[in-house]
Design a protein around this ligand. Structure first.
Ligand SMILES: NC(=O)c1ccc[n+]([C@@H]2O[C@H](COP(=O)([O-])OP(=O)(O)OC[C@H]3O[C@@H](n4cnc5c(N)ncnc54)[C@H](O)[C@@H]3O)[C@@H](O)[C@H]2O)c1
Length: 347
């Protein structure tokens, strides 16, 4: 049974890493998908194979555009984001896109009505958590502008739900990896960075002692949680962690990747302070298990193996990257008028 048969769905940031995987599954599930993406880090080739979707090249910061697209939709997945590195360089852009984007979606939904909004938030709102694994109602600790903008987006979601009854679900993703997380994206995660080094015959670079931990979650598991959040009436108005529930050190990640790659390289440790300077991170996923019956299915080894196979297949293919899908160009991003924003947009 196709769970989204005939549903009109809007995915902001749908040409990005997670958004393109989500769009892929939505099409399989029978949805009529519109992707709104300004292609800042998103790539047309991520979704070019998806016949029948509508792609709008434009910014979530444009209320007129967002309002029209929300009016035409029954479900909205809000994933558009300026990532943590860009956010740190330009907090204004961070605020305009990460908070302003979801604010525009909420305002449009209040005006036109909507069946469900799923807001992709981040475990970064926990900062350096006092207790591990971290629960949804634990104390938050906002240690960078990215976390501030994601939390601000959450707060607008909660307030629009409480005040106007706009049906939202907030998901706090932990570190996600997998297909379409391109190493050519200068902001890609550590998994892609390690693979990229190895594919270029170089050792993985580890920041610090490598004993910092993260909760690495394979993208198909994250996508399934996101789909379930849109469908489950019990999820409305609530916040859920989405992760593997397993704590993995960066050293262990590097060892696993080296073994999958079949490489005898030794990781090189460099003394660089990360922007995402968190010592330990793993999220408690009991709430989403209990309420939505979601559980992660893909082990770290399996997910890394799939990622490696995908990277190899991309490297081996010389397919053209022009899109098959129709493109509507609406890229007039008001942010571009700010010199500060333009500077930050350069990778
Ligand atoms: N990847 C992770 O580990 C992770 C972890 C926690 C939360 N998240 C959240 O998941 C969501 C997706 O992240 P991702 O990893 O796929 O990032 P990504 O950078 O690959 O995707 C973000 C997409 O948003 C688009 N975008 C940026 N600014 C835009 C704008 N003004 N208007 C329209 N589109 C715009 C980009 O072009 C890109 O396609 C984000 O909301 C992010 O905060 C991701």
């Amino acid at each position: 049974m196709k769970r989204f048969a005939g549903k009109r769905v809007l995915v902001t940031g749908g040409a990005g890493f997670i958004g393109s995987n989500l769009t892929d599954r939505l099409v399989e599930e029978g949805a009529e998908v519109t992707v709104l993406d300004d292609l800042f880090t998103g790539r047309r080739e991520n979704i070019r194979h998806l016949d029948g979707i509508r792609f709008i090249e434009g910014s979530v910061t444009r209320f007129d555009l967002v309002s029209r697209l929300v009016q035409e939709s029954e479900i909205v997945f809000n994933l558009a984001v300026r990532n943590i590195i860009v956010s740190t360089r330009s907090p204004r852009l961070d605020f305009l896109v990460n908070t302003g984007g979801v604010f525009n979606v909420l305002l449009a939904a209040k005006k036109h009505g909507i069946e469900k909004i799923v807001y992709a938030s981040s475990a970064s709102v926990y900062g350096n958590a006092r207790y591990i694994p971290v629960n949804e109602d634990d104390r938050l600790s906002i240690i960078n502008p990215y976390a501030a903008s994601k939390l601000s987006g959450e707060n607008f979601c909660s307030s629009f739900f409480e005040t106007y009854g706009v049906p939202v679900v907030i998901l706090r993703y932990s570190n996600v990896y997998g297909l379409n997380q391109s190493p050519t994206n200068p902001y890609c995660g550590v998994v892609s960075k390690f693979f990229e080094k190895l594919m270029n015959g170089l050792p993985p670079l580890i920041h610090g002692d490598g004993e910092q931990t993260r909760d690495f979650t394979y993208v198909s598991d994250v996508v399934e949680a996101t789909l379930m959040a849109a469908l489950n009436p019990k999820a409305v108005g609530d916040i859920f962690n989405v992760g593997s529930g397993r704590e993995t050190s960066v050293n262990k990640l590097a060892r696993t990747i080296l073994s999958i790659f079949g490489s005898s390289q030794k990781p090189v440790h460099i003394d660089r302070r990360d922007i995402d300077n968190i010592r330990r991170r793993v999220v408690n996923i009991e709430k989403i298990r209990r309420i939505m019956r979601w559980t992660p299915r893909i082990s770290l080894k399996e997910g890394l193996t799939r990622t490696f196979e995908w990277l190899r297949s991309v490297e081996a293919s010389d397919e053209p990257i022009s899109p098959k899908i129709p493109v509507t160009s609406e890229i007039e991003d008001p942010d571009a008028e700010s010199p500060e924003c333009q500077g930050a947009a350069a990778p």
